[in-house]
Design a protein. Structure first.
Length: 156
């Protein structure tokens, strides 16, 4: 069974988002072992020089948690349909990857040097989403991938 790890900064505060995430985690149990690792977030500084320091501090929190095939959600990443991303996950798994780590950085993204450590940069498109909502959307998409790969029906 594949292991899916989702690394993210900060905790989910809104009850409705937590309920949605929990629902998809429950639905994913037959397909994969999924875990969410919440790392402490850092308030966004005002000065740009402090923003770079913040990104480095966050990179040092993220780096030791990276394992397996590493996927960063990034605005400059590759935009793929759900079917295309499901096929990529399947290909990577066939090539021997049994653990996938998805990372949602802060609202400033992640440090440039950390980006180089990822195997794939993936974008949900040019729109900006709140980080807490992004976590729900990612879990839903992962569930959709497994439904697609299993040939099972799922609403479009």
């Amino acid at each position: 069974m594949l292991k899916i790890r989702i690394l993210c900064l900060g905790a989910i505060k809104e009850k409705y988002l937590r309920q949605g995430i929990d629902e998809y985690l429950k639905r994913l149990k037959p397909y994969a072992e999924v875990s969410i690792i919440e790392l402490s977030d850092t308030p966004i500084p005002v000065r740009e020089v402090d923003c770079l320091k913040m990104l480095q501090t966050e990179a040092e929190k993220i780096r030791p948690k990276l394992m397996g095939f590493k996927i960063l959600l990034d605005l400059k990443g590759e935009e793929l349909s759900s079917i295309e991303m499901a096929e990529k996950i399947d290909t990577w798994a066939i090539r021997g990857n049994s653990t996938f780590t998805f990372v949602i950085g802060s609202s400033l993204g992640v440090a440039e040097d950390l980006k180089k450590e990822f195997d794939f940069l993936w974008s949900f498109g040019p729109l900006t989403f709140p980080h807490q909502l992004m976590r729900l959307m990612l879990v839903e998409q992962i569930y959709r991938f497994f439904k697609i790969l299993a040939g099972e029906p799922y609403h479009k």
